[in-house]
Design a protein around this ligand. Structure first.
Ligand SMILES: [Zn+2]
Length: 107
């Protein structure tokens, strides 16, 4: 997929979790990271799967599309929660009417 600037994007379906940044100490002796100049930034997508926390590396080329996919997932989750709440309110109002009808019928 290309946008108007001719940049290529990879498309991701909504993805759970969020993108986090990490800087890494490689452990090689004499490396600049031992003096505090850590390697990175490296990006990871982190999400929860039941009791486990999953973590996958995100390539720089995919960073923006993965971030967008995480945002899309958050938006979808919010919409789903709204739909569930609306359904619950509807169920409660139907139950209430049902009970009133039962009382009216003397049951
Ligand atoms: Zn290093």
């Amino acid at each position: 997929m290309q946008d108007t600037l001719g940049m290529t994007h990879t498309f991701h379906p909504p993805l759970e979790g969020e993108v986090c940044v990490q800087f890494i100490r490689c452990g090689k002796s004499g490396c600049r990271c031992q003096a505090g100049h850590l390697h990175g930034p490296y990006h990871y997508r982190i999400w929860r799967e039941g009791a486990h926390v999953r973590k996958v590396y995100v390539k720089a080329a995919e960073l923006e599309s993965v971030k967008a996919a995480c945002q899309a997932h958050r938006n979808l989750s919010r919409s789903l929660r709204d739909v569930k709440q609306a359904r619950m309110r509807l169920t409660q109002s139907i139950l209430k009417e049902w009970r009133q009808t039962q009382r009216y019928l003397g049951k």
